[in-house]
Structures are given as structure tokens and as C-alpha cells.
Design a protein around this ligand. Structure first.
Ligand SMILES: NC(=O)c1ccc[n+]([C@@H]2O[C@H](COP(=O)([O-])OP(=O)(O)OC[C@H]3O[C@@H](n4cnc5c(N)ncnc54)[C@H](OP(=O)(O)O)[C@@H]3O)[C@@H](O)[C@H]2O)c1
Length: 291
């Protein structure tokens, strides 16, 4: 049986839907508010939920739960690894962060978790997910009002470009890998995915000019990109009601974009998808149109 965590979320929900559509696969999902019937109660912050939550799982699709300070994330991910080993899970598929994001602050708990998993007594596959297209669509969306009024889209991306990916593509890869691993386990075969790390970087890199163009299409007017400083952005974000850790991560993303670090040079994505990756510009255009 395959168990997916975080199924109330965007990624886990898509993975659960995809696995539920595969005839020979038994699947269960977990959330913090599990009902014990259709959803197991799985709260990484409450290790007492994990032994029962992980019962009978051969394969665990461990969706990272990164929305907290690093010490909290490390503690919760450590509890997952500990409990998966104790429950006899045979293979863990962990959703990590792609190599281009290596220097972002969010990379630390992901790389720590990868190392923790490598020392565990089960097989592991690491899916290093690229940044979601919706993250950049969100940056563009935050500039809609001023772009509509002034024709200027201001953001602290410098001249950097960010490789982004459709979350649906990441879910499709997770489903494929989980199904193949489960079938291998059932047939008593060693899985070709065991011990593998896949870089699921987006194949299209988007910069400030591209976001301005998307805004121009959505608004039906000319919009130009104007880079702004990280200092001004730090000041603006400090007053925006973000949690302190979110401020750290948001600025780190922008710093990395400025430095040109978020443009990927290698991706395993296309090789793991049945069809071409979804065009991220179309996704972003739809997201901007529907806001
Ligand atoms: N690659 C990227 O661009 C990117 C961007 C944002 C986040 N991420 C990471 O990727 C993960 C999945 O993304 P997503 O889009 O599905 O995020 P999402 O829609 O925000 O969902 C997050 C999921 O994490 C679960 N969760 C949070 N705290 C938990 C805990 N203590 N124990 C168990 N589950 C917990 C939530 O489940 P419940 O609320 O039901 O408990 C929810 O289902 C995120 O959690 C984050 O670590 C990646």
C-alpha cells in the first residue's frame, strides 16, 4: 500500500488523486485533521499519530511540511523518518528542493532531511522539485494594481531568471515513481528508483520582463519591468504581515534570483513524464487572468 502525506495540500492532493486512479494500487492519504476513515490522522508535530498513521504502508510519499522555522521542520521531519522505520515502511519517496535552489534558505531543511533519510533502514527516492510556477505568478499578481495604474511592474528580481515548473507535472512524476516502486516491491524486484535523486527543474526560466509581459496581456495595456532593490523590498515585506520565517525565505528567493542562481541547467523532468512538461507561461497567464 502507498501512503501519501499532506493530501489536503496542492501537491499531496494531486498525488493522491493520481494514485487513486491506478487500478492495481492501494493508496491512503494523511492530513493533520484526518478523520480516521477516508483520511488518516498524520501530524508530523505529534509523533504519537505516526505509528498508527504509517501502519501497513509499503511506500511512503513523504511530502515535506516546510512552513515553519527550520528547527521545527527538522524536528517534524526527523519524527517522520523515525516513525517510518519503526512502522516497517520499505521505501520512502521524499519531495525535496531542486539543485538550482541550493543556496536558498529553504534548502537547508531539505538537504538535512535527505541526509537523515540516507541513514535510514529503508530504500529512498528523492524528488528534488523545482520552484512552482505559481510562486512567480504570485509575484506578478502582487504587482497588478500598480501595473494597471502606472504601466510599471516593479520587483526585486534583478535581471535574473527563475526556472519554474507546474505542480501537476511534479505530482505526475511522484505518481509514476510511487506506482513503479510499489509494483517492484509486490513482485519482489529491486526498484530502479531506489537510491535515486531526480532533479525536477522547470524547463522554462522566467524573468521580470516575462512577468511584465504576462501582466500586460492580463491587463490589456503596456507594462514594463523595473527592478527594485532588495533593501526596499525588505522594508516593504517587513510591513506586509508575513511570518518572520516567510520574510527570510522570500528575500532569499529574490537574492538568489538577482544573483542568477535560480536558472536550472539540467533537469530529469521530461524523462519522467509521459508527455511534454506543461507550458508554465500558460499556467501563469491563466492564474493572472483568474485573480
Ligand atoms: N517547490 C516549491 O516551489 C514549493 C513551494 C512551496 C512549498 N513547497 C514545499 O512543498 C510542500 C508541498 O507543497 P504544496 O504545494 O502541497 O503545499 P500546501 O498546499 O501548502 O500543502 C502543505 C501540506 O503540508 C501539510 N502539513 C503542514 N504541516 C504539517 C504537519 N505538521 N504534519 C503533517 N502535514 C503537515 C498540510 O497538511 P494539513 O494542513 O492537512 O495537515 C498540507 O497538506 C510544502 O509543504 C512545502 O514544504 C515547495
Amino acid at each position: 500500500m502507498i501512503l501519501v502525506t499532506g493530501v489536503s495540500g496542492g501537491l499531496g492532493g494531486l498525488v493522491l488523486d493520481g494514485l487513486s486512479a491506478v487500478e492495481d494500487i492501494d493508496v491512503a492519504g494523511g492530513t493533520r485533521s484526518g478523520d480516521g476513515v477516508t483520511r488518516r490522522h498524520i501530524d508530523f508535530d505529534d509523533p504519537s499519530t505516526l505509528s498508527q498513521g504509517f501502519e501497513d504502508a509499503d511506500v511512503l510519499v513523504f511530502v515535506s511540511a516546510g512552513y515553519a522555522e527550520d528547527d521545527v521542520v527538522l524536528t517534524r521531519h526527523d519524527a517522520v523518518v523515525e516513525a517510518a522505520a519503526a512502522a516497517g515502511v520499505r521505501h520512502v519517496i521524499y519531495t525535496s528542493l531542486a539543485r538550482s535552489g541550493e543556496l536558498m534558505t529553504i534548502a537547508l531543511p531539505h538537504r538535512w532531511t535527505e541526509a537523515r533519510l540516507a541513514a535510514a533502514p529503508f530504500d529512498v527516492t528523492i524528488l528534488r522539485n523545482g520552484l512552482y510556477a505559481e510562486l512567480l505568478a504570485g509575484i506578478a499578481a502582487s504587482g497588478t494594481e500598480s501595473a494597471a495604474a502606472t504601466g510599471v511592474f516593479a520587483a526585486a528580481l534583478g535581471s535574473g531568471r527563475v526556472s519554474v515548473v507546474a505542480r501537476e507535472d511534479l505530482a505526475d512524476v511522484a505518481v509514476r515513481v510511487a506506482v513503479e516502486v510499489q509494483r517492484d516491491l509486490t513482485a519482489g524486484r529491486h526498484s530502479r528508483h531506489a537510491g535515486k535523486t531526480y532533479e525536477l527543474e522547470g524547463l522554462d526560466a522566467i524573468g521580470g520582463d516575462d512577468l511584465a509581459e504576462l501582466l500586460a496581456t492580463a491587463l490589456g495595456r503596456l507594462v514594463g519591468y523595473q527592478p527594485v532593490s532588495l533593501l526596499d523590498t525588505r522594508k516593504a515585506l517587513a510591513d506586509s504581515g508575513l511570518e518572520p520565517y516567510q520574510l527570510t525565505h522570500a528575500l532569499s528567493l529574490l537574492s538568489n534570483a538577482n544573483a542568477g542562481m535560480l536558472e536550472a541547467h539540467h533537469s530529469d523532468l521530461a524523462g519522467l513524464l509521459p508527455t511534454a512538461p506543461r507550458p508554465v507561461r500558460d499556467l501563469m497567464a491563466r492564474a493572472l487572468k483568474s485573480q
